[in-house]
Write a protein that binds this ligand. Sequence first.
Ligand SMILES: Cc1cc2nc3c(=O)[nH]c(=O)nc-3n(C[C@H](O)[C@H](O)[C@H](O)COP(=O)(O)O)c2cc1C
Length: 247
Amino acid sequence: MIVFFSGTNNSAFVARSLANLLGDECVPVFSRSLCNDKPIVFVCPTYCWRIPRFFSRLIRKARLIVPKQAYFVQTCGSEIGNSAHCNRKLCISAGLDYKGTAAVLMPENYIAMYDSPSLEEAHRIVERSKPAIIDIANRISKGLVLKDERPTLWFRFLSGPVNPLFYFFFVRDKAFWTTDACVSCTHCQKVCPMKNISMEEGRPAWHGKCVSCMACIASCPKKAIEYGKKSKGRTRYFNYEDPIRRV
Ligand SMILES: Cc1cc2nc3c(=O)[nH]c(=O)nc-3n(C[C@H](O)[C@H](O)[C@H](O)COP(=O)(O)O)c2cc1C
């Protein structure tokens, strides 16, 4: 079973591709309990060199009666740091049998901090990711482990002490605001996976449960959402590509 979380659809694209290639079902993380007899493949973005914090909390809370094999597939804009080590530890506390972590390089979506690639470049990055996704599916279908990357001291530092600092300073929704281009269409409210947005006097209001997934700002049809001044003029990236199909 593929269980995924995705803000701007990169991880949804990978999850749906894996589901097609493996002939398995694919469910968003909030939808229901983890209950078929196949290994679980967790697919999600990388946030500050680890899987998103709320996602690991959900996995830990889901404690399964029968230990299940668990694979991790993390999409990232550049690297996943020492995520494999963190995922292995998470599996121990969640009663899961750890089967490895794979990184899939996808377009950067974090426009509150970095530039996203142009649409053409983003398409090329997604095309280049396909052999890696097919290879991951092949390994999972054969019951093989996904080979963890070797942790460097730098990556241990990033996934270790830097990660909580990043959450403390940057993962917040106070900086979101809307320009006069907002037409009260409620798209941001519908697309927010954390159900953190409501409409107040025709404008979106964020309520503090944000995980900085960028879904609202990246998919606003009017480009009416900004993040402080940092997002001004930056390309909004959202993945609309068709998942890989089994031939
Ligand atoms: C809050 C935040 C933190 C991120 N941290 C990292 C990171 O540590 N390393 C990295 O390579 N990419 C990082 N990214 C980029 C995303 O992991 C990447 O674009 C991912 O594919 C987005 O997946 P999604 O479209 O499924 O949400 C970050 C993105 C966000 C929004």
